[in-house]
Write a protein that binds this ligand. Structure first.
Ligand code: ZN
Length: 142
């Protein structure tokens, strides 16, 4: 093999590797673009453990006063959730199966509601019991 042949074959291998990495980089770039699109929509999806409560003493103990942690006076027909402090009051969420799958807001906190846990509000204890415990991909507005 002449040295020029050797050089050109090395170059050819280099070239193939280079092309492969360019392709790999553009695949990563387009994946990032998709992720960015998701962020632009303003919603993120978080897997949450969703329990339910009502204003009764069983559910709220000493806090059973009909007023949520953000000072909202509970009215008939209200739908809202209790969430961790990292979700500021008023944060919109979409919880499949709750409030006819329309958005609800964070109005309340709960001693056991930390991290990726939510408590959806119902007006009766029976309705809260019927909800039970559900694991749901909740959409959260940023
Ligand atoms: Zn209750």
């Amino acid at each position: 093999m002449k040295s020029t042949d050797y050089l050109s074959s090395v170059f050819s291998v280099f070239n193939k590797t280079f092309i492969a990495s360019v392709i790999a980089i553009s695949i990563v770039a387009s994946a990032n673009a998709l992720a960015a699109e998701d962020t632009d929509s303003g919603w993120t999806t978080i897997s949450m453990r969703v329990t339910a409560y009502c204003p009764c003493e069983k559910c709220c103990g000493e806090w059973a006063d009909g007023v949520t942690a953000n000072g909202h006076v509970i009215k008939p027909g209200d739908c809202f959730v209790a969430a961790d402090r990292r979700f500021v009051f008023g944060t919109e969420m979409l919880i499949k199966g709750y409030n006819a799958s329309k958005t609800v807001k964070v109005f309340d906190r709960g001693g056991a509601i930390k991290g990726n846990k939510l408590d959806v509000f119902f007006h009766t204890h029976q309705a809260a019991l019927e909800w039970g415990v559900r694991y749901i991909d909740v959409k959260v507005k940023k």
